[in-house]
Design a protein. Sequence first.
Length: 75
Amino acid sequence: MKRGAVKIFMAEGYCVKCKAKKEILDGVEETMKNGRKAIKGKCPTCGTVMFKILGKSAATPSATTPAPNHPPAVS
């Protein structure tokens, strides 16, 4: 398995060759160069490589900026 790749269960994606939504076979979660996560696997019917970019909610917490820590107000 590649560095940064995690084996996951089947996810649904679109096969361009079959022109239909299918379950991604042997799906592996990978991190792209820009830090976003994606699932890469094969179409169960034709064997073509399928690739699905995950939503922003799947992004790592380190990608978001933390809230500034303000000292308590003194009265």
